[in-house]
Design a protein around this ligand. Structure first.
Ligand SMILES: Cc1ncc(COP(=O)(O)O)c(C=O)c1O
Length: 460
């Protein structure tokens, strides 16, 4: 049972501003202090199956602390810190950049390191801008992203984010971005519209925006392979190939935001590989180190990097002091080694169908589950209010998601994410090392919670 009045909880209330939290809420605060495999433990000793991988980060789970601590210790003793800045670098960042170039698809051969996902997205935009300026197209100042998509919160990245509530208090966006429809396969297609027509319509909408804005004013299209916000919005077949074709035809750069989907979440190094496309840039973070250290990277193709090399006087006008930190770089390098040694990508590929089956099973038994969607170890269950699959109102979502599900999940010993940036969904994204048995445990706990929720909130 989660307590709400420990000294740590009180101290947190007094001094720790929580991100994306209602800091004044009296709700009990989950204080986690230990991890093991796919499990985490709170300060009261309660065990939780981490069905969210600490916000899509803990790809290899929590049992590699000793190995990665020795990597970090060795690096700290040899060279605790140095930058990747003004003609200086260090072996850890160089080795990591080389290894990333090897595992990434196509010609994504150049790594620009960052400290996290928002910085990766902002950095991608600046690299895109420098590319266009160097190519004599400085007027390419606009971008295209998708409705409800989350691309980060720093003021540049926030421009790409398509969740209105996250933006409206912070003034006009730094970058002019048009948000096009997302690919929600449950709510998106019109009555009788098949997948191929849905895909054509979505791509035509993008063409329409490009035409309306002026093709030579658009610098980049940024999208996640499978969009998180809205609940694992898997694109229709052919969508990413369509994006690639449109971008190429109009001289626009295509950026895959892989902050969640990269590093195995969809069973590949980059999620977009599943769709047979190589982007011009890929933004990554989270899984790059499995969050054993904070780090991100923008992977840049040969073509986009070329102007940064071909003129000895041209400077990359962007830099972040901690980016490429030696300790984080050493940990990321070993994380990649662990992925290969432990067959992490293979585990996801092998168990993806089983995870889908387990969740479809829940849908068949719990009336409130209207849709199951996802890929790899990245899934969402959309919750509906009645047999006609109606949406919950904002007030109902508040009661269901915050008033009931968040507490009931913890009571069941499961961390999962109730989310209503689009419709009401429950996200499940376990560590990529989870076994069949652990997926079964996650599904059983999910079902128990949703069956309870159905009894209270489903009208039927
Ligand atoms: C797709 C995507 N892009 C960017 C970000 C921002 O990453 P960070 O929170 O590390 O700044 C996130 C964070 O969840 C994300 O999901």
């Amino acid at each position: 049972m989660l307590l709400s009045d420990s000294p740590l909880q009180q101290s947190a209330r007094d001094h720790l501003l929580l991100h994306f939290s209602r800091n004044g809420s009296p709700a009990p605060l989950l204080v986690l202090e230990r991890g093991e495999g796919p499990y985490v433990f709170d300060t009261e000793g309660n065990r939780y199956l981490d069905g969210l991988s600490s916000l899509f980060c803990a790809q290899i789970g929590y049992s590699y602390g000793e190995e990665l601590a020795s990597v970090a210790a060795a690096q700290l003793q040899q060279l605790a810190f140095s930058t990747v800045w003004t003609n200086a670098a260090h072996p850890a960042a160089i080795a990591l950049a080389e290894r990333l170039a090897e595992v990434m698809p196509g010609d994504l051969n150049h790594a620009f390191f960052t400290s996290g996902g928002s910085e990766s997205v902002e950095s991608a935009w600046k690299i895109v801008r420098q590319y266009h300026v160097a190519n004599g197209e400085p007027q390419r100042t606009k971008a295209i992203a998708r409705d409800r998509a989350y691309h980060g919160v720093t003021l540049g990245a926030l421009s790409f984010t398509g969740v209105p509530g996250y933006k409206e208090q912070f003034g006009p966006p730094a970058i002019p971005v048009t948000h096009v429809s997302n690919t929600n396969p449950f709510r998106g297609p019109a009555e009788g519209e098949d997948e191929a027509s849905f895909c054509r319509r979505l791509l035509a909408e993008i063409e329409g925006v490009i035409e309306a804005e002026g093709a030579d004013t658009i610098g980049m299209i940024i999208m996640e392979p499978v969009q998180n916000a809205g609940g694992c919005l898997v694109p229709p077949d052919g969508y990413w190939k369509g994006l690639r074709e449109i971008a190429d035809r109009h001289g626009i750069l295509l950026v895959s935001d892989e902050v969640i989907c990269g590093f195995g979440r969809l069973g590949e190094w980059l999620g977009v590989e599943r769709f047979g496309v190589t982007p011009d840039l890929a933004t990554t973070a989270k899984g790059l180190t499995s969050a054993y250290a904070p780090m991100g990277a923008v992977m840049v193709s040969d073509r986009v990097a070329e102007p940064l090399y071909d003129d000895p006087k041209r400077m990359l006008m962007h830099g972040i002091t901690f980016a490429g930190h030696p300790v984080a770089s050493a940990i990321a390098l070993r994380n990649i080694e662990i992925f290969e040694r432990e067959g992490v990508l293979e585990n996801v590929r092998e168990l993806e169908p089983y995870m889908g089956e387990l969740l479809e099973g829940i849908k068949s038994r719990v009336p409130m589950v209207g849709d199951v969607r996802g890929a790899g170890f990245f899934w969402a269950l959309e919750l509906v209010r009645d047999a006609a699959e109606s949406r919950f109102s904002a007030e109902e979502r508040e009661k269901l998601l915050r008033g009931f599900l968040s507490g009931r999940l913890l009571e069941e010993g499961l961390i999962a994410r109730p989310d209503d940036r689009g419709d009401a969904v429950l996200h499940l994204a376990p560590p990529l090392v989870a076994t069949r048995e652990e997926l079964e445990e996650m599904a059983a706990k999910t079902e128990a919670v949703l069956a309870d929720a159905s009894e209270r909130f489903f009208e039927g």
